[in-house]
Design a protein around this ligand. Structure first.
Ligand SMILES: [Fe+2]
Length: 170
């Protein structure tokens, strides 16, 4: 027998029956879209700082930022694909990201090295807050894959914020 067809934005799609209601899937996808936008924005800022850092800490920070932007780049894919698995479209344009992100765009001209570190600490803290804000909803909706993804991202962002923060302390 044919599966029932649900219409989403003009396209015929097979209906989703994974045990998470439509409303919860939409709300979780919206929260994950904000996380994706924050993650992507912080990725780009970190790569920008890898290119533009100067000063006596050049080598350390150039290398450290490379490890961080590589991790952030790899992290956007599972977030976007979780949005798809919940039945929604993943945002993927600068216009959408600038609308959704709580992390500000990188400054137009490169700041000094320690100011870059300060900006990245604030960025990782902001992404952690976005992920944490979504957790109760994922938990309530019994959405274990999203809760697991959020837990993994919280671990990375809070650890990276600590490492960067340590560079600013005596
Ligand atoms: Fe490079």
């Amino acid at each position: 027998m044919d599966k029932p067809i649900a219409k989403t934005s003009g396209k015929a799609a097979i209906s989703i029956n994974i045990g998470i209601g439509e409303k919860d899937r939409a709300a979780i996808a919206q929260g994950l879209s904000r996380l994706l936008a924050d993650n992507y924005t912080l990725y780009l800022t970190t790569h920008n700082f890898h290119w533009n850092v100067t000063g006596p800490m050049f080598n350390t920070l150039h290398q450290m930022f490379m490890l961080q932007y590589t991790e952030l780049w790899a992290a956007v894919d599972p977030v976007a694909e979780r949005i798809r698995a919940l039945g929604h479209a993943a945002p993927g344009s600068y216009a959408q990201f600038s609308q959704l992100a709580s992390v500000p765009d990188a400054p137009a001209s490169p700041p000094k090295a320690l100011e870059m570190v300060r900006i990245l600490v604030q960025g990782h803290e902001a992404v952690a807050r976005t992920a944490r804000e979504l957790f109760p909803l994922a938990d309530k909706a019994n959405d274990q894959p999203t809760a697991d993804l959020l837990t993994q991202r919280l671990t990375v962002h809070e650890q990276t914020a600590w490492m960067l923060r340590s560079l600013l302390e005596e």
